[in-house]
Ligand binder design. Sequence first.
Ligand SMILES: [Zn+2]
Length: 276
Amino acid sequence: MEEIVAGDSVSIAPGIVRITAPNPGVMTGPGTNTYIVGQRELVVIDPGPDIGSHIDTLRAAVGERLKWILCTHTHLDHSPAARALKDATGAQIAGRIASQDGRQDAAFAPDRILNDGDTVRADALTLRAVHTPGHASNHLCYLLEERRMLFTGDHVMQGSTVVISPPDGDMQAYFASLEKLLALDLAALVPGHGRVIERPHDEVRRLVVHRLKREQKVHDALTRKNPATLDELVRLAYDDVSERLHPVARRSLHAHLIKLANEGRASETVSGWVPR
Ligand SMILES: [Zn+2]
């Protein structure tokens, strides 16, 4: 399996180049993937973090041909480079705004707000926005219609689990947005972190099963330790996950509990979370 190296231009399909930003980490895997789509006219999907060397690499790659800068969402590893890239190229920025929760790129200023189903065109290519809230309320996937390739941002990642951080992150919405992908005719998933995923529907079904298993584990833990705090629950329900990751897992745990509460299967009391 090819290793992902930050700054390398990798052709993942004719007319589609991946350049990974130098921001590897627990949340970002090998780094954030920026994609450049097209030939005469170009579209950038997720310009990435505001890191000078990454922006320089993108500028050199797109030259004078950049028409659109599309952002899947506005977490700090996905959209902040949009401004500098727009200033350098005159391209237009498109995406959606999220309410501030301390994790958003506050400077994000799209020229065009995209709604579910809206399309952006460059040359003969069509990119269709698919609203997929869950990881972030403003999350969009982009379907390259002519190739049936779906750019998934952080809705589906390769090699790491997507974190759902309430209140902007919403587990119920995440499940619904995974189901939404099953209704699309897809050839591949092209994630914001990691490598291209073949057999898209198999992967989406695997993710749904994984989340349902975790949800059951959360509910079981809640039944055993009743009432329980988030810190107690994370040790029980994420005992298969490295303790180093528990502060992050705690956020997805909270998202699971909110979903269970909304479904009448748990509730938060003064002494902690209890099962229903
Ligand atoms: Zn994100």
